[in-house]
Design a binder for this molecule. Structure first.
Ligand code: NAD
Length: 283
């Protein structure tokens, strides 16, 4: 059993609600914190729906679903995270916001508590440098949708200690996921490999090589991808895809990571994919 029993998840959006769901399901006590009360209400409704779906598919019994939900306590007050053994932040992909949150958490948590970021691309070393405990900071990059995807990319910042990595690995195994450890470089491994493929698919649309449906069909039938790259971009959010490309372009300094101009203009138009109702497809 992991020494981590009590986890605070900060940010109850797409990722935060999924992370709270799996932690609660596997017996951890969770404080789910969001500064927006409406986001918190939506997150709890999503968690209840997703737990009910697992019951309907006989992956979980009714008592297990009730117990999972009962272990999750929502709050709008960050201070309620103070007793946590581990905090996982899933607030928006913005360096300044995340650094400020790391600083506040460092000041209020117990000395041995760990601080993890679910960032898709921001440097863990830089976030950790905002604290007095860089050895107890790390990246825990869950995949979307969290209740379904098995991988957690475990990112070690320059100062992350062996003990921190071992404690986090133990936790990830406890929630029935597989940690894969990588070093702290822009985009880590998952997005460094995935996003250029999505970006290239967008160039294919821009250059008229194929329609979105054709490009996605080729990657599904030809490469056995469960979802085409453009449908996946709509699912992730085109703003998130653009942010990640920008971080890799700046951080790695290689022109091969330049975001496609069509991606930029779609984001500027507010066509963000599923969440805005329009991206490469209509929803
Ligand atoms: P989201 O916009 O769906 O949710 C973010 C939530 O954080 C919102 O509910 C917002 O109200 C809340 N929030 C903002 N500032 C806050 C603060 N200071 N304190 C408390 N709550 C605050 O975002 P998301 O898609 O869940 O992404 C969260 C993180 O996970 C990002 O770093 C993102 O890069 C990463 N990520 C996203 C995906 C994905 O597919 N969406 C996949 C892997 C990782």
């Amino acid at each position: 059993m992991s020494d981590i029993q009590y986890v605070a998840v900060i940010g109850a959006g797409t990722m935060g609600n999924g992370i709270a769901h799996v932690l609660g399901k596997y017996g951890l006590h969770v404080t789910l914190c969001d500064s927006d009360r409406g986001a918190l209400d939506r997150a709890l409704a999503t968690i209840e729906n997703n737990l009910a779906r697992e019951v309907a598919k006989a992956k979980l019994d009714q008592d297990g679903a009730h117990a999972a939900r009962a272990r999750i306590t929502p709050t709008v007050k960050l201070d309620d995270a103070a007793p946590a053994d581990l905090v996982i932040e899933a607030i928006p992909e913005n360096r300044t916001l995340k650094q400020e949150l790391f600083r506040r958490l460092d000041a209020m948590l117990q000395p041995e508590a760990l601080i993890a970021s679910n960032t898709s691309s921001i440097s863990i070393t830089e976030l950790a440098a905002a604290t007095s405990r860089p050895d107890r900071c790390l990246g825990l990059h869950f995949m979307n949708p969290v209740p379904i995807m098995r991988l957690v990319e475990l990112i070690r910042g320059l100062a992350t200690s062996d003990l921190t990595a071992a404690r986090a690995q133990q936790l990830v195994h406890r929630i029935d996921k597989t940690p894969v450890e990588v070093r702290d470089f822009p985009g880590f491994v998952s997005n460094r490999v995935l996003m250029p493929m999505i970006n290239e698919a967008i160039f294919c649309v821009l250059e008229g090589v194929g329609k979105p449906e054709a490009i996605d069909e080729i990657m599904k039938l030809g490469m056995a991808h469960p979802m085409g790259p453009l449908a996946l971009a709509d699912f992730i959010g085109l703003d998130t895809c653009l942010n990640i490309m920008e971080v890799m372009h700046q951080g790695l300094g290689d022109p091969k990571f330049r975001p496609c101009p069509l991606l930029r203009s779609m984001v500027a138009a507010g066509w963000l994919g599923r969440k805005s109702g329009r991206g490469f497809y209509s929803y």
